[in-house]
Design a protein around this ligand. Structure first.
Ligand code: ADE
Length: 345
C-alpha cells in the first residue's frame, strides 16, 4: 500500500523516537536541538559532503582545532586553511569556506536558509542543513541517503531530484526539522544502507514499500555513472620525502594544491617522452624509478609513475605544504624505498 499523507505523522514519530534512542553521538551534534553552533554545523556539513562520517570526524576535529571559530578561519592565510583541509579532497570547498568566513565576519552570521544560500559555496543541501540544525528552520535536506530512504519508503525505482525534495519536504517535522533531517541521514547511513539494508532493525519498515516488495536493495535503481577518465602522469621527486621540489598545481587536476612536479602523459606520447619533457622543464636529471601511485577521484583515476632525480629548483619543506593524497602516496614510495634499502643493507 503506498505511503499516504495520513501515515506521515506516524512515520515521523517512529523516525524521531528511533533517532532519540539510536542517533549517533557525533562531535558536531552538540548544543540544544535546533540551536547548535552554526559554524560547527556548517563546517561538518561541508566536510561530510565528500567524506564518510568515520573519517569526517577526524577531519572535523582537526579543522576545528586549527580554526575554533569563524573569526579564526577568516583571519587565517589560505595556505593554512588548505593545510588543515589536507586529505579531504575537493579543495574548492576549503577555499569557499575561507571566503564565506570572511563575509560572515564582516556581515554577521546568517540565520536563514536564504541568507546561507547567498554565501560562496553554500548550496541547497548545506543551507538546509545549517538552517534546520542550527536555527530550527523547516528545511528538508536532500542527499544520497535521503534519496535512497525515500525511494524505498515510497517504492520508487527512479526518483527524480524534484520528487525527492517534495517527499522530503512532506516528511519533515515542522516542530523538529533538524532532528528529522538527521534521523533520515542516520537511518540511511546505518540501517537503510545501499547494498544490504538491515530491515529487521528499521523503525519505519511497517510503511516501507521496498521492504514489502521483498527486494529492498532494488530501490532506487542504480544510476548510470559517468565514465571515469583514466589519467596517466609522471612525477619527479627531487629531494626526499621531507625536503623536495614542490610546485603549485594548475588546472583542475588537484589545482591550487602543492605537489611533486608532474606532467600528464599526452595522447601519442610515451612515458619516457613525458619524463624527458618534465626533466627538461625543471633542469633536472632522472636517477631512477620509485614506483607507481594510483588515486581515484569522482570522475578521474590517476596513475602516477614517480621517478627520483637530481638538480632542479630549490627544495621546500614538505610538512608545511598542503598536499593531495596522491602526493602523499607518491612520497610514500620514497619512504618504502628507503625502508627496503635499509632492510637490505
Ligand atoms: N552526513 C551529512 N550531514 C550529517 C550529519 N549532520 N550527521 C550525520 N551524517 C551526516
Amino acid at each position: 500500500m503506498p505511503l499516504s499523507p495520513a501515515d506521515l505523522p506516524a512515520v515521523r514519530g517512529a523516525l524521531l523516537s528511533w533517532f532519540d534512542r539510536a542517533g549517533r553521538p557525533l562531535p558536531w551534534r552538540v548544543g540544544p536541538e535546533g540551536r547548535r553552533d552554526p559554524y560547527r554545523v556548517w563546517v561538518s556539513e561541508v566536510l561530510l559532503q565528500q567524506t564518510q562520517v568515520a573519517r569526517g570526524r577526524v577531519y572535523f576535529e582537526r579543522f576545528l582545532a586549527a580554526f575554533p571559530t569563524v573569526q579564526a578561519l577568516a583571519e587565517a592565510p589560505i595556505e593554512a586553511v588548505l593545510k588543515a583541509w589536507e586529505g579531504c579532497g575537493y579543495y574548492a570547498r576549503a577555499r569557499n569556506l575561507h571566503r564565506a568566513a570572511d563575509v560572515i565576519v564582516r556581515e554577521g552570521m546568517p540565520t536563514t536558509y536564504d541568507d546561507w544560500r547567498a554565501l560562496p559555496g553554500v548550496g541547497p543541501y548545506t543551507a538546509a542543513a545549517v538552517a534546520s540544525l542550527a536555527f530550527g528552520e523547516a528545511r528538508a535536506v536532500n542527499d544520497g541517503n535521503v534519496r535512497r530512504v525515500l525511494a524505498r519508503l515510497h517504492g520508487e525505482r527512479h526518483p527524480a531530484e524534484a520528487w525527492v525534495q517534495a517527499r522530503a519536504d512532506a516528511l519533515l517535522d515542522p516542530a523538529r526539522p533538524g532532528a528529522l533531517n538527521e534521523a533520515v541521514m542516520d537511518l540511511g547511513a546505518t540501517i537503510c544502507t545501499p547494498r544490504a539494508p538491515k530491515c529487521g532493525e528499521c523503525p519505519v519498515r511497517a510503511w516501507c514499500a521496498a521492504f514489502a516488495s521483498g527486494h529492498p536493495a532494488a530501490f532506487p535503481a542504480p544510476k548510470v555513472r559517468a565514465a571515469v577518465r583514466e589519467i596517466r602522469a609522471v612525477a619527479l621527486l627531487l629531494g626526499d620525502a621531507h625536503e623536495a621540489v614542490l610546485e603549485r598545481r594548475e588546472g583542475n587536476l588537484l589545482g591550487g594544491l602543492m605537489g611533486l612536479p608532474t606532467e600528464i602523459i599526452r595522447d601519442g606520447e610515451t612515458p619516457g617522452e613525458t619524463l624527458a619533457r618534465l626533466a627538461e622543464r625543471l633542469g633536472a636529471g632522472v636517477t631512477g624509478e620509485l614506483g607507481t601511485a594510483t588515486h581515484t577521484m569522482t570522475h578521474r583515476h590517476v596513475t602516477l609513475t614517480v621517478y627520483s632525480g637530481t638538480g632542479g629548483p630549490p627544495r621546500s619543506h614538505v610538512a608545511d605544504a598542503a598536499l593531495s593524497r596522491l602526493d602523499h602516496k607518491a612520497l610514500g614510495l620514497w619512504e618504502r624505498r628507503q625502508a627496503s634499502l635499509f632492510a637490505g643493507a
